[in-house]
Design a protein around this ligand. Structure first.
Ligand code: GLN
Length: 452
């Protein structure tokens, strides 16, 4: 049914870069057989899923939305891919994304535009716009994204779907092609909070093949969602972040946020205002730390090991082949970030830029720690406005970066957060962001399900 739906709607939406119909049907048949034999390994056995094209898959190309990896079929499955297969979730295909997960609108994909199913003249969010658009167009019931600075939560917010950025280190990065390693985290996307919790349980867990993987239980996430669904938040302390709101936010977004806060109060939560003074500097710190890591991580695309190779005609040196390939294979945003990062890390500037940004990162983590000493979760809008028009910000990188204002602090601190649908503003979806301490992801599901 989902493959039919993709055939019907995806020409207009552009959520998928690759559809693996045969593999998905074969996996669905294996899942049916397992269910019939009483051997299903998960409550999601047989439920199809869309996978962001940044996770390696042995049976499908993995491009990361980049020409430099066009046609590359990896020799191994990512841990997340392997866990989905082991739990019996048929993989429908690979979804579109901003090149190497850099962007906020999916317009930085080298391959195609993805449209927001709510208004096809608007962006589906980014970098994981393909996964969110697949959910919102009903061409997948579940999806996987990655969130380095908001790429799960922000597309969820603008498409009225649910997206969770798990605690850093709880979902393996093995086989997740790196953007910024200290920030990247895979996570679940769904149409409801409970679906998302069930998927989160499938993909989480310690992995010795990821050196930053945490060996700690993630908790009973589906149980927390079921508890929350009863709608009672008595005893839960909710902090409204003073710094995330006010001037520059669309009035409809602020109105939706205020209504969400009063819903939480109605459900019995105790709501207080909490100041996180260093969140104001998150954007500046993130856009130094991320490009620094990118400039180092993307050095591996050297024309020798993967995908594209340009100028290999005997007339060029290895260095020239590398330069020609990177010139042709990377898009403008990726090049911009490699240059910013290379500059920020260079001798003489390191302390002034990267070093300062790391200090700000620590202060942001301390703001979270101080806040979580007095509240269980923090809340804010996910984005300052609803989905903007395709093309509106492509030529203005700073305006594009500003769209990430509310989501970046979470990644810098490594804590957990969810975007849950919070109604419409002028006909377009708005998201509520819920943030929880590291390893307290269950609180997101309790509060999210109570709100939903
Ligand atoms: N929009 C942010 C960026 O461009 C976030 C990206 C992400 O989370 N992958 O860096």
């Amino acid at each position: 049914a989902f493959l039919d739906r993709i055939a019907q709607v995806d020409d207009a939406i552009g959520a998928y870069l690759h559809v693996g119909a045969d593999a998905a049907l074969a996996a669905a048949q294996r899942a049916d057989a397992a269910i019939a034999a009483g051997e299903a390994t998960s409550p999601l056995t047989g439920v199809p899923i869309a996978l962001k094209d940044v996770f390696t898959t042995v049976d499908a190309p993995t491009t990361c939305g980049s020409k430099i990896l066009e046609g590359w079929v990896p020799p191994y499955d990512a841990t997340v891919t392997a866990k989905l297969r082991a739990a019996g979730l048929p993989i429908l295909g690979k979804t579109n994304m901003d090149e190497f997960a850099m962007g906020s609108s999916t317009e930085n994909s080298a391959y195609q535009v993805t449209r927001n199913p709510w208004d096809t003249e608007r962006i589906p969010g980014g970098s994981g716009g393909g996964s969110a658009a697949a959910l919102a167009s009903h061409s997948a019931p579940l999806a996987i994204g990655t969130d380095t600075g908001g790429s799960i939560r922000q597309p969820a917010a603008v498409t009225a779907t649910v997206g969770v950025k798990p605690t850093y280190g709880t979902v393996s990065r093995y086989g997740l092609v790196a953007c910024a390693s200290s920030l990247d985290q895979g996570g679940p996307c769904g149409r409801t909070v409970l679906d998302t919790a069930l998927l989160h349980e499938v993909i989480a867990g310690h992995d010795p093949r990821d050196s930053t993987s945490i060996d700690a239980p993630v908790g009973d996430l589906a149980g927390a969602a079921r508890l929350g669904a009863a709608g009672d938040l008595t005893g839960v302390r909710v902090g409204v972040v003073t710094e995330l709101g006010g001037d520059g936010y669309q009035p409809g977004v602020l109105a939706s946020f205020e209504a969400a806060v009063s819903t939480l109060t109605d459900r019995g939560a105790e709501v207080v205002e909490v100041s996180c003074p260093h969140f104001t500097y998150a954007l500046g710190a993130y856009y130094l730390i991320l490009p620094s890591e990118v400039s180092s991580n993307l050095a591996r695309f050297d024309a020798m090991r993967y995908g594209l190779r340009v100028g290999d005609d005997g007339a060029h040196s290895a260095d020239e082949v590398m330069a020609l390939t990177r010139e042709a294979g990377f898009g403008p945003e990726v090049k911009r970030r490699i240059m910013i990062g290379t500059y920020a890390l260079s001798a003489g500037y390191y302390d002034a830029y990267y070093g300062q940004a790391q200090k700000v990162r620590t202060l942001i983590a301390r703001d979270f720690a101080t806040a979580f000493a007095s509240v269980d979760v923090l809340v804010s809008p996910v984005t300052p406005t609803t989905a903007f028009k395709l093309g509106e910000k492509v030529d203005d990188p700073l305006a594009m970066y500003l769209f990430d204002l509310c989501t970046l602090p979470v990644n810098l601190a490594g804590v957990a957060a969810m975007s849950v649908p919070s109604g419409l503003s002028e006909g377009l979806p708005v998201g509520l962001q819920i943030m929880a301490p590291a390893l307290a992801d269950d609180r997101l599901y309790r509060v999210g399900a109570a709100y939903e």
